[in-house]
Structures are given as structure tokens and as C-alpha cells.
Design a protein around this ligand. Sequence first.
Ligand SMILES: Nc1ncnc2c1ncn2[C@@H]1O[C@H](COP(=O)(O)OP(=O)(O)OP(=O)(O)O)[C@@H](O)[C@H]1O
Ligand SMILES: [Mg+2]
Length: 252
Amino acid sequence: MALLEIKGLNKLFWADGKEMEVLREINLSIRENEFICFIGPSGCGKTTLLRIIAGLEEPTSGTVSLAGDLITGPGPERGMVFQEYSLFPWRTVLDNIAFGLELKGVPADERRTQSRQYLKMVGLERFEARYPHELSGGMKQRVAIARALVNDPKALLMDEPFGALDAQTRNLMQSELLRIWEEEKKTVVFVTHSVDEAIFLADRIVIMSARPGRVKDVIEIPLPRPRNRTSSEVNKIRDRILCDLRSEIVTS
Ligand SMILES: Nc1ncnc2c1ncn2[C@@H]1O[C@H](COP(=O)(O)OP(=O)(O)OP(=O)(O)O)[C@@H](O)[C@H]1O
Ligand SMILES: [Mg+2]
């Protein structure tokens, strides 16, 4: 069943007194519990698309709906994790995670219990009283993931969440995310620049064209997890994606 339905989506921005076409005619059904990755040249509109799904930006035309309801603004059923560390520096780890529950008016005891549960899930139970500046990049992103999950969203929207991490930490975080995704049964919409990351994570990879961003190709990855990053099947998929992306850079 489709959870997110993107129909005839177009987005124009005004920049320097000129109209700029950023997204053109995006049509896509994202299934419940699906892990879908978007990959495409810089500036092709991936973040814009994610922000539209999050309800932070309005489409120029077309619609996005979640479980049949039109998206018209942000909502707790969609949790967002950004590339840049977006924690509140003045709040402890636990209070960062509890933020969404606070907005919902959940009582303090209940907030702490629920937040601790997610803190444990991301392996940071010993760090609840720390502040963001005391954490490594990988730890901060774990907190950001826990903060999104505590609101029990249906969809997790992730914009290059591991882009700033070193290669080792990044691989570890990918495995952790898959474990959480399997436990929590979420739909994950994940933007990345890394072909390897997309192949390791995704059920489907959407390749976008250079701006105006269109859906250029959709690749199913039927391989079982955990995936071997260097198997011949993976290499074949990587070649196809790199070829798709190369032709975008040449023509853009
Ligand atoms: N609020 C805005 N006003 C005007 N132009 C914008 C706005 N937001 C984004 N843009 C432009 O829209 C285009 C797409 O931006 P977007 O951030 O969605 O690209 P992206 O695919 O996420 O790129 P990257 O891979 O570098 O993160 C860019 O040319 C950007 O300058
Ligand atoms: Mg972006």
C-alpha cells in the first residue's frame, strides 16, 4: 500500500527577479515501510522535495499526500533528520529528544520514560545528561534520529544525515539505521550523494536528473540485508547508477 503519494509535483522559485524551475512533474508512490533513497546532482531539488514532503515548503502545483490525506504543513506523522546537526545546544540530550513530546503536552514523567526508550535504541543511554557540544558527530545524529522517532512518525525524512561523518562511523550508522527501521517499521525517505550508501540501504533508489529535477530512473534493489558492499550484484547496480549520474553531469 502507498503511504506517500506524490502527484504531478512542480516547484518554481523566484531568484534574482527570475523564475527558476526546480522540480518538474514528479510522480511517485512510496510504499508503507519502504526504504527509498533519492540521489541526484547537487542543486537538482532533493532537499526541496523533502521539505515539500515535510510540509515546510509548498509545491507550485501538484500534491503530496500521506495515507490519503493531503499534506499542507508540518505534522508529527513525519519526522525530519537534517544533514547539519540541528539539536538545541542549550538542552541536554534527553531534553532534545523530549522536545516533540513537550510540544504535544505529554507529562514530564512520561516524556522521560519515552525519551529514554529511544535513547537506548540508539545506544546512548549513558549520555542523557550531556549537551550536544559534548558529543561526536555520529552521536549527535543518533540523538537527532531518536528525537524524530520518539514522536512515532509514520515517515522518517532524512536529508544526507550521515554526510558529515567519517567513513567508519557512516557505515556503522547505516547498519544502525537499518536495525531501527526493521524494529520500528517506518517508511524512510533518504537523500544521499553516496551511491554506495543508497545501494546498502534502499529498497528502491530514485535517480533524479539535473535541475529541473525529474525522476530519471527508479531502481529496485531486491538484495537481502545485510548487503555485501562489494558483491557482483552490488557492483552491477553501482555501474548503472554511476552511468545515469554521469550523463546528468555531462548534460547539466
Ligand atoms: N528558498 C529558496 N529560494 C530560492 N531558491 C531556492 C530556495 N531553496 C532552494 N533553492 C534553489 O533550488 C535549487 C534546488 O535546491 P535544493 O537545495 O533542493 O537542491 P539539492 O538537490 O538538495 O542540492 P544538494 O545536493 O547540493 O543538497 C537550487 O538551485 C537552490 O539554489
Ligand atoms: Mg540538499
